[in-house]
Design a binder for this molecule. Structure first.
Ligand code: CP
Ligand code: NVA
Length: 306
């Protein structure tokens, strides 16, 4: 049976740990895995721009001995041909697909019709590869995930959703502070709360950034207007202005609190230069870990298939 990576909620705590164990090995010893995906091809279909996701998947495949194919064309959005036909065709050529798209259903449908693994490279709803790289980074820095408090300040968006699932599954406390009306989706919040009950973690929502960062070990933010929301940019700038990560807010967290951002950052909006460039900022470690974590995902999904 092929396995996909569509959402963090499809993973167990044990599976996340297995991915992280393999990530550590891959990060330590690049040459040992140089032929792991020899002869395999990964197709990247991107309906939105990307720096990190595209480059880290392409480089990752190269480092594992495989090949990556980048498609910017408007394929698999259902216009030129159906998603189903695209999935079936690609399944005859390549060994895996990464889809970055708008509607989350595009990923679900592609995965349903493809006989090869499909990886969600970001949808309007979620960004699982990002959240896994972020948790791996937190684990590297603190040596554990359980009991760590992560404060997410900003928009209740795709990145926030995936972080909520992963924090909840891993037994972390996640405080989310958004402006009213920009909270994460209620169904995702309730699912995450349920996961947290089982892991000893906690998910707390509010509209007060100061309360959220109090005693936090990690402060996380993301852009106020995501890809596809460009027309709301000005309006959101006004609505989110009190949700900026600046030095006054950081002061309220634990002294050694990590500063995280999935990037790209809009400096001077959701985060100040001073904070993103500070000694506690690990934003480029997160970016680097995208490569290592995704290599582990690729080995697990493409390498272990019979
Ligand atoms: N964080 C992230 O996914 O970056 P890109 O949009 O550049 O891929
Ligand atoms: N929330 C952002 C994340 C970019 C990696 C977006 O969807 O544009």
């Amino acid at each position: 049976m092929k396995k996909d990576l569509i959402s963090i909620k499809d993973l167990t705590d044990v599976e996340i740990k297995e991915i992280f164990d393999l990530t550590q090995k891959l990060k330590k010893n690049k040459s040992k895995f140089a032929n792991t995906l020899k002869g395999k091809t990964l197709c990247l279909i991107f309906h939105k721009p990307s720096l990190r996701t595209r480059v880290s998947f392409e480089v990752g495949m190269f480092q594992l001995g495989g090949n990556a194919l980048y498609m910017k064309e408007d394929i698999s959005a259902g216009q030129r041909e159906t998603i189903k036909d695209t999935a079936k065709t690609l399944s005859r050529y390549v060994d895996g697909i990464v889809l970055r798209t708008f509607g989350h259903n595009n990923v679900v449908e592609l995965a349903r019709s493809a006989s090869i693994p499909v990886i969600n490279g970001l949808s309007d709803l979620s960004h699982p590869c990002q959240a896994l790289a972020d948790l791996f980074t937190i684990k590297e820095k603190f040596g554990k995930l359980k009991g760590i408090t992560l404060a997410y300040v900003g928009d209740g968006n795709n990145v926030c959703h995936s972080l909520m699932y992963s924090a909840a599954i891993s037994g972390m406390q996640m405080n989310v502070a958004t402006p009213k009306g920009y909270e994460p989706q209620t169904n995702i919040t309730s699912e995450a709360k349920q996961f947290a009950q089982g892991s000893g973690g906690k998910i707390a929502l509010g509209n007060d950034p100061e309360a959220a960062v109090k005693n936090a070990d990690v402060i996380y933010t993301d852009v106020w207007a995501s890809m596809g929301q460009e027309s709301e940019k000005q309006q959101r700038k006004e609505i989110f202005k009190d949700f900026q990560i600046n030095k006054d807010l950081v002061k309220l967290a634990n002294k050694k609190a990590l500063i995280m951002h999935c990037l790209p950052a809009h400096r001077g909006e959701e985060i100040t230069d001073e904070v993103i460039d500070s000694a506690n900022s690990v934003v480029f470690d997160e970016a680097e870990n995208r490569l290592h974590v995704q290599k582990a995902i690729l080995v697990k999904l493409l390498g272990e298939r019979k």
